[in-house]
Design a protein around this ligand. Structure first.
Ligand code: ADP
Ligand code: MG
Ligand code: MG
Length: 252
């Protein structure tokens, strides 16, 4: 089992404090959802976990299996089983999707255990078909000219190829039509196991009808202010954030 522990995390971006004491524990085997209004720091949390240099931890820490993430490079974090599907996946010209995925898969593996090319192709074909993606996408430049939905599907394909232990999926459902949402959900659900956890950031309860979470957290004002089960997401869908804000007596 792997455990990601976020303890009293304070993060500053460009001199402004965005995260103001986030506490959260994610164990493999669990599905977590994070909801919260725009600008509350959900993407900041995900970028900080992955080690983006623009996000400075000023207080608190993030621990993965007893190890402080602050002491680990981005590569070491990936090797330790962390994965981030970014809200806005980057387009990279000159690197094909195939090459990118192969190097990401190898980055996760030891130097003397690099993936066999034929095995890689076979697995990529299987997973691509599972996600109803066309064969030619592998040879296109990474995300270049991909539609919003194709980018999100491609993030899920990467996740399935890399086999992370803890995957952070930042708005993986944004801009998806219902068919694409089902495909993306199928991909995430296929990863469910005792060795896998996901932290899904979403604005929409609808995603959680397809990927039923164990825990739903609400972030407001740079903190997790409430944790519950799937019913919490349903309540927010009905009432919005204001009722919860009033109930908790929050001035944010
Ligand atoms: P959410 O994902 O919850 O919508 P974000 O984490 O994207 O929120 O943003 C929280 C706040 O931090 C916003 O005010 C945003 O403008 C600011 N912020 C986040 N990342 C950056 C960055 N790289 N540079 C400047 N400001 C940023
Ligand atoms: Mg947002
Ligand atoms: Mg965001």
């Amino acid at each position: 089992m792997k455990t990601l522990e976020i303890i009293d995390l304070h993060v500053t971006v460009e001199g402004k404090e965005i995260l103001k004491g986030v506490n959260l524990v994610v164990n493999t085997g669990e599905i977590h959802a994070i909801m919260g209004p725009n600008g509350t720091g959900k993407s900041t949390l995900s970028q900080t976990i992955m080690g983006h240099p623009a996000y400075e931890i000023t207080q608190g820490k993030i621990i993965l299996d007893g190890q402080d993430l602050a002491e680990m490079s981005v590569d070491e974090r990936a090797r330790a089983g962390l994965f981030l599907a970014m809200q806005y996946p980057a387009e990279i010209q000159g690197i094909t999707n195939f090459e990118f995925m192969r190097s990401a898969v190898n980055a996760r593996r030891a130097d003397d255990d690099q993936v066999n090319l034929m095995d890689f192709i076979k697995e990529l074909d299987e997973k691509r078909e599972f996600l109803s993606m066309s064969n030619e996408m592998a040879n296109r430049y990474l995300n270049e000219g991909f539609s919003g939905g194709e980018k999100k599907r491609n993030e899920i394909l990467q996740m399935m190829m890399i086999h992370p232990n803890i995957a952070i999926l930042d708005e993986i459902d944004s801009g998806l039509d219902i068919d694409a949402l089902k495909v993306v959900s199928k991909g995430v659900n296929s990863m469910r196991s005792d060795d896998f956890a996901t932290l899904m950031i979403t604005h929409y309860q609808r995603l959680l009808d397809y990927i039923v979470p164990d825990f739903v957290h609400v972030m407001m004002g740079g903190k997790v202010v409430k944790t519950g089960g799937p019913e919490l997401a349903k309540r927010l869908e009905g009432e919005g954030y204001r009722a919860l804000r009033d109930e908790l007596g929050l001035d944010i």
